[in-house]
Design a protein around this ligand. Structure first.
Ligand SMILES: Cc1cc2nc3c(=O)[nH]c(=O)nc-3n(C[C@H](O)[C@H](O)[C@H](O)COP(=O)(O)O)c2cc1C
Length: 178
């Protein structure tokens, strides 16, 4: 028998921060000046057509380049890239070239101006369709269509990184398979 759990009276923000983890991405944007940044605010809005959204603070260098470029790439890092993902999440492209400083390789986008990241096994190229400001801690949502994807032959989604309230992880055990 399952023991009865004690429910805490949490605030809404604490409750949403305790939700199970989601994917973490390396977002690359920019045409002449290129930048890469770590992103956790992501949502899949539609599968076919594939529409995704990302939340970016206006204080980020990424925001400035995204406004200029109108497209971006979402690159899925695997566990071998965790240290680089951490660095891309606190260094700012306003002060240095994160690609060369962190050691990531930009590759020309196939259908967007922004580069994708060679080291990541899954790359999605996204054209911005809509910009939505929900007044959320200065985050602006960019909603866009995935116009091209590249997936490495040996991509293993069980080694893709996920992020949960300060912790980088990989997906855990399988409890049931349909
Ligand atoms: C795990 C993780 C997730 C993050 N998610 C976001 C995000 O969704 N949106 C955002 O604006 N910043 C996010 N950040 C913070 C940016 O990555 C960070 O401020 C970065 O230095 C911005 O770089 P830039 O100034 O070159 O754009 C995240 C950082 C980490 C470590």
């Amino acid at each position: 028998m399952r023991e009865e759990s004690i429910k805490l009276d949490m605030g809404t923000i604490e409750a949403v921060m305790s939700l199970p983890p989601g994917p973490v991405f390396l977002l690359a944007t920019g045409e002449i000046e290129q930048n890469v940044s770590t992103i956790g605010m992501f949502n899949l809005f539609s599968i076919d057509p594939t529409i995704v959204g990302i939340g970016i603070k206006t204080s980020r260098h990424t925001y400035k380049l995204l406004e200029e470029t109108g497209d971006f790439t979402l690159n899925v890092p695997d566990m071998s890239l965790v240290e680089k993902v951490v660095k891309c999440g606190y260094l700012s492209g306003s002060r240095l070239n994160k690609f060369s400083d962190v050691g990531l390789t930009p590759e020309a986008g196939k259908r967007v101006k922004s580069p994708s990241i060679a080291e990541c096994p899954l790359n999605m190229e996204v054209k911005v369709l809509e910009v939505n400001d929900r007044n959320d801690w200065d985050h602006i949502w960019y909603i866009g269509k995935v116009v091209h994807t590249d997936v490495a032959k040996d991509y293993d989604r069980s080694s893709a990184l996920i992020y949960w309230d300060g912790e980088f992880r990989t997906p855990g055990m399988i409890l049931h398979k349909l």
